[in-house]
Design a protein around this ligand. Structure first.
Ligand code: HEM
Length: 422
């Protein structure tokens, strides 16, 4: 199937009557933007007929819900995965799953967030620049002479993975396992995983817990200069350190939120440049545009399509009534295509003045902890690629990259390219 066919299928899927318009459809997942547009125009807050949750697709409504944490709670674990369906890791020698950070509302949220805020601050990320640049160059060195590569496995997967492993203070030799764990985590929230996949994912999560519980104990005994040591030293509201289950939950999020998302944004940036050679040329002619290119990639096709909230009371949003206890998916990727916010929103335009006003990193309390790091990785990677690789194109026979099946995270499975070394 060539790209135009995927587009066409996405367009056809979006032509169904609004009562039948769902996100849980493989054609929509491959190409969701026609469906988002239809929802924005006809039912900005809609109850998905297949999934049963509400979808919020317009920019102002998404932002309103993100800011109103009292009504739109992030405490979604029970709703998304009822206790009777969840694996009790403690029954298999592991640790109970507990909510932290992304699934905790204010005021408790800050007790998890404060200890790690500084680790990913702009100042700290700026200090990491030479180190990230070196990694970018080392990865490109490995394939530059070949004139071709599978960009996802050879560049966009290892870059964020090595960075997070180094920052956590665990050996790079273990990143193959990290990738498996990170994939297991993202599959669990895909919205379309099978029972077998969920069982396999639970086994991997147990493995993750046991591995990091050991690292936590080692860092408690011999703290070093890394994130896990910072976390074990941090004190909560009651003056106590975080428990092992709490620490595992935070680490779990750093691994899942930090890897897959950055990987997908890097691959998507390359793909968008290939699909829009005029825009790539603009960046080539003026490398100072790279930072805005990064923002436009995140706006135009961000890796987190949307995330969930649960209503704490009866409420109305975008004219739609939602009873207390409703699951609500805030579609960041749709908000970022809202014409009322971004003129010509369906056009990929790296000169766009307000590209950085996107909500690809969320907004408010849960605004992405790793946004500065992700931006830095993308800026350095795109700049280096544009400098070191010329005449980049999709490899023959690979003109049709596909996305992973997920309604939440959007990423290319693989991306085969050819190029001339500069
Ligand atoms: C392009 C890459 C990334 C994107 C698009 C992204 C997107 C997001 C979004 C949309 C949220 C908000 C969640 C919500 O409102 O419920 C979030 C939160 C979060 N992100 Fe990212 N993320 C990226 C990279 C990273 C990286 C590199 C890290 C860490 C190393 C990270 C760690 C986190 C954490 C821990 C949270 C939860 C924050 C909280 O609840 O206070 N993310 N991210």
């Amino acid at each position: 199937m060539i790209r135009q066919e995927a587009e066409e299928k996405g367009r056809i899927a979006a032509q169904k009557p609004i009562e039948q318009t769902t996100l849980v459809d493989m054609d929509v997942i491959e190409c969701p933007y026609h469906t988002y547009k239809k929802l924005r125009e006809e039912a900005p807050v809609n109850k998905d007929p297949v999934a049963g949750f509400f979808t919020v697709t317009c920019y102002p409504d998404v932002v309103k819900a993100l800011k109103d944490t009292a009504t739109f709670s992030s405490d979604v674990i029970d709703l998304m995965s009822p206790p009777e369906m969840r694996t009790r890791f403690e029954d298999y020698g592991g640790y109970p799953s507990v909510p932290t950070l992304i699934t905790v509302d204010p005021p408790k949220h800050k007790f998890y967030r404060n200890p790690i805020n500084k680790v990913f601050s702009q100042a700290r990320v700026n200090q990491l620049e030479p180190y990230i640049q070196q990694l970018v160059d080392e990865l490109i060195d490995k394939f530059i002479k070949d004139g071709k590569c599978e960009f996802v496995s050879q560049f966009t997967v290892p870059l964020p993975m090595i960075i997070i492993a180094d920052q956590l203070g665990v050996p790079r030799s273990d990143i193959g396992r990290f990738k498996q764990w990170s994939d297991a985590l993202t599959q669990q929230i895909s919205g379309v995983s099978t029972r077998e996949q969920r069982i396999a994912a639970s086994k991997l999560m147990l493995e993750f817990q046991l591995y990091f519980a050991k690292v936590i104990e080692e860092k408690r005994a011999n703290p070093t200069d890394d994130i896990i040591s910072d976390l074990v030293r941090a004190r909560m509201e009651n003056g106590e350190p975080m428990s092992v289950p709490e620490l595992l939950s935070v680490l779990n999020q750093l691994l899942a939120a930090g890897n897959e998302t950055t990987t997908n944004s890097l691959s998507k940036g390359m793909m968008l440049m290939l699909q829009h050679p005029d825009q790539m040329q603009l960046a080539l002619d003026d490398l100072t545009l790279v930072e805005n290119l990064t923002e436009e990639v995140l706006r135009f096709d961000g890796p987190v399509q949307g995330l969930f909230r649960v209503t704490t009371c009866d409420t109305t949003l975008g004219g739609t009534f939602m009873p207390k206890g409703s699951a609500v998916m805030l579609l960041f990727a749709s908000a970022n295509r809202d014409e009322a916010q971004f003129a010509g929103a369906e056009t990929f335009d790296i000169m766009r003045k307000n590209a950085a006003n996107h909500v690809a990193f969320g907004q408010g309390t849960h605004f992405c902890l790793g946004a500065m790091l992700a931006r830095k990785e993308m800026n350095l990677a795109f700049r280096t690629i544009l400098t070191r690789m010329k005449n980049i194109r999709l490899a023959p026979g690979h003109a049709d990259p596909h996305h992973e099946p997920s309604i939440v995270l959007r990423g290319l499975k693989e991306l085969h390219i050819t190029f001339d070394p500069a």
